[in-house]
Write a protein of this length. Sequence first.
Length: 192
Amino acid sequence: LAGGRSLRMGKDKTQLMWGRHTLLENAVCHLRGLADDILVVGSLKDTCCLPGIRQVQDRYAGCGPLGGIHTGLLEAKHEAVLVLSCDMPFVTAELTAFLAAKREGFAAVIPRCRGHVEPLCAVYARSCLPVIEDLLQAGDNQVRQVFAKVNTCYIEEAELERFGDVQQLFFNLNTPQDWQEALRRKEVGYGN
């Protein structure tokens, strides 16, 4: 997911540099070995063209991540998608592969840490579409509303810890302060 207006950040998050790559390129790199169909979903005004990547606009513009998940499911070539927000730079390829491997028999596979779900690093099956469409049409853009209505597999913190500090893995960037903190954490050796 590369949507959003980055209002709190004050500039386009997708284009922030994370080492030699932008945040968007970093997210795509984590998915390249896992999927043969990678979509970048969002309002992409200034995004450079990434080789082998399809870029699609949100069908429900202004509906946040739920609108992006909806578009991704509609546009995907496969029955399930792994959703990854580009503003979570510490997520690892190993973690995304683990989530994808848990998908069999579930409509959603969602990490859950200290009672909070991480819906923007998760797996969704196409069977979630009717629930998502109902929510969007009702004006309810909260992704977490989906999980109570579909067969959901929650991946708990104890399982996630094998991939690193869960607070670090799911650290996301919303403000310039978050960005500075992420760069500080990267400098002291966490992340790629």
